[in-house]
Write a protein that binds this ligand. Structure first.
Ligand code: PEP
Ligand code: MG
Length: 322
């Protein structure tokens, strides 16, 4: 119940057989950090920074971004904060960038692709993230829509350049930071072994990974029955990502909607993910579920799911439970 959930808010999300799952909150503005903490978030697992850029006449400048990110670090103290770089495009438009209309916006000039071409936007954001973290913030920079290794290398180089520039100016920047990538395009999932050499962590975006794996527009209601994150093809990609990352000592989180879906929790834990990041109100129930399952049994469940025909069969399996 609600009272029990509240009591558990400070408790670690550890399975009955001792595996700890980090629980984070997804936020779209600095103002949401307080609510994340109130629901027991151990970290900000995803700050969708694009919302700061939307519904206005021009991009937020570096100073405004420093204030926003700084407020998140101030709220979270020593806890990790995952700041995702601008993930614009697809359904999220910024009229003031005057980008050309595209026949396939979801396959278009967006997210990291746009940022690597618009270094003015990207560099201002990276500088703001580093300045906001200061010397003590647990900064984790997350790049969206990575589909090739060279994009990750170029994005990391941009971070290094921003750090060097800030140091020259005498600004406090963190001694250490992490750079991770969203795994939300099938090419990235399939190339996870290669990407794991270059990334500090992975965050699986099941919303887009489902869309791109199944070729089903996540916004199109006529085909919403085909949009299924429980599809074994999606689950097999998740499994491959986890195995590839763990073989190289890297962590894997899930930050798509699936992470906050109670029925998906045993499945994702069984697939081996290390972190779940979700909308804050889902945290108490997910924590309770993690604390009630055994990793060993969840692994068996996940293994069975990987061999099923479709998402319906996976859901049936999950309903039968552990
Ligand atoms: C995702 O794709 O799963 C994700 C978390 O990113 P967004 O929903 O912002 O595209
Ligand atoms: Mg996405």
């Amino acid at each position: 119940g609600v009272a029990a959930d509240r009591e558990q808010a400070g408790a670690e999300a550890v399975t009955l057989d001792g595996r700890t799952i980090a629980l984070g909150a997804n936020i779209g503005s600095a103002a949401e950090a307080g609510n994340a903490l109130a629901n027991g978030a151990e970290e900000i697992g995803l700050f969708r920074t694009e919302f700061m850029y939307m519904n206005r006449d021009r991009a937020p400048d570096e100073e405004e971004q420093v204030r926003q990110y700084g407020a998140v670090f101030a709220a979270m103290g020593a806890r990790p904060v995952v700041l995702r770089t601008l993930d614009i495009g697809g359904d999220k438009e910024l009229p003031y960038l005057n980008l050309p209309a595209e026949p396939n916006p979801f396959l278009g000039w967006r997210a990291i692709r746009l940022c690597l071409d618009r270094r003015d936007l990207f560099d201002a954001q990276l500088r703001a993230m580093l300045r906001a973290a200061g010397a003590d913030g647990q900064l984790r920079i997350l790049f969206p829509m990575i589909s090739t290794v060279s994009e990750l290398r170029r994005a990391k180089a941009a971070v290094e350049e921003a750090v060097a520039g800030l140091r020259r100016e005498g600004s406090a920047v963190p001694e250490r930071w992490e750079t991770g990538i969203m795994i939300e395009i099938p090419s990235a999932a399939l190339l996870a072994d290669v990407l794991a050499e270059e990334a500090d962590f992975f965050s699986i975006g099941t919303n887009d990974l489902t869309q791109y794996t199944l070729a089903v527009d996540r916004m199109n209601e006529h085909i919403s029955a085909l949009y299924d994150s429980y599809h074994p093809a999606v689950l097999r990609l998740i499994r491959h990502v986890v195995e590839s990352a763990h073989a190289r000592g890297k962590r894997v989180g899930v930050c798509g909607e699936m992470a906050g879906d109670p029925s998906a929790v045993p499945l994702l834990v069984g697939l081996g993910v290390d972190e779940l990041s979700m909308n804050a109100p889902s945290l108490p129930a997910v924590r309770r579920i993690v604390r009630g399952i055994r990793q060993a049994e969840a692994c068996g469940l996940a293994l069975a799911a990987l061999g099923l025909e479709d998402g319906h069969q996976v859901r049936e399996l999950l309903e039968r439970g552990l």
